[in-house]
Design a protein around this ligand. Structure first.
Ligand code: GRF
Length: 194
């Protein structure tokens, strides 16, 4: 299986995904794409020997379709079987999502369906939640919705800040996403709870 990973920043999840696809793993990372040419993850992908592309969303302003028309070029050229959004911070149109229906994954830093959208850790703390975590789900046209493929839970500690909680969750993201991708690439879509 050919995997294309979309990033916007540091790409720590991308690194773990790329590093997981070795040996008898049924998938290989064939391309890493960013909407930001300065994303540190592009350098990390190159160091791992994965081809990269950068498609800047800013010249397209609010015209998401125009940005996506450019974004599609390197993605389709890579002939992907699976797309993984990993810290990708642009909302994709339903038209783009439907092109990859059933084969696009995303990792979101909350226990969906709680806290779709942004600032998930601050919201969990503000709500007084005793636990938080992350979710890998199939991407559907509705933001941060779609069938859940895996979740990892962490405790929220009394003195947690959004930063300390984010760090605790990110560590679990790095375990969850590779495990879910391997199962998904093997055709197993049953949710993995760790
Ligand atoms: C992190 O906040 C993570 O929780 C979310 O995307 C952000 C950047 O992740 N999934 P990464 O280091 O770029 O993978």
């Amino acid at each position: 299986k050919r995997v294309v990973i979309l990033i916007s920043g540091g790409g720590s999840n991308m690194v773990r995904l790329v590093e997981s696809m070795t040996g008898d793993h049924p998938a290989r990372a064939v391309l890493v794409v960013s909407n930001d040419a300065t994303a540190a993850g592009l350098d990390r992908a190159a160091l791992l020997g994965v081809p990269t592309a950068a498609i800047d969303h800013r010249p397209h302003g609010r015209d998401r379709a125009a940005f996506e028309a450019e974004l599609l070029k390197p993605i389709l050229a890579a002939e992907p079987d699976i797309l993984c959004l990993a810290g990708f911070m642009r909302v994709l149109t339903p038209a783009f999502v439907e092109r990859f229906a059933g084969r696009m994954l995303n990792i979101h830093p909350s226990l969906l369906p709680k806290y779709p959208g942004l600032h998930t850790h601050a919201r969990a703390i503000a709500a007084g939640d005793g636990e938080a975590g992350c979710t890998v789900h199939e991407v559907t046209p509705v933001l941060d919705d779609g069938p859940i493929l895996g979740q990892a839970r962490v405790p929220v500690l009394p003195d947690d800040t959004p930063e300390t909680l984010a760090a605790r969750v990110l560590t679990r993201e790095h375990l969850l996403y590779p495990a879910v991708l391997r199962r998904f690439a093997e055709g197993n879509r049953s949710p993995l709870m760790i």
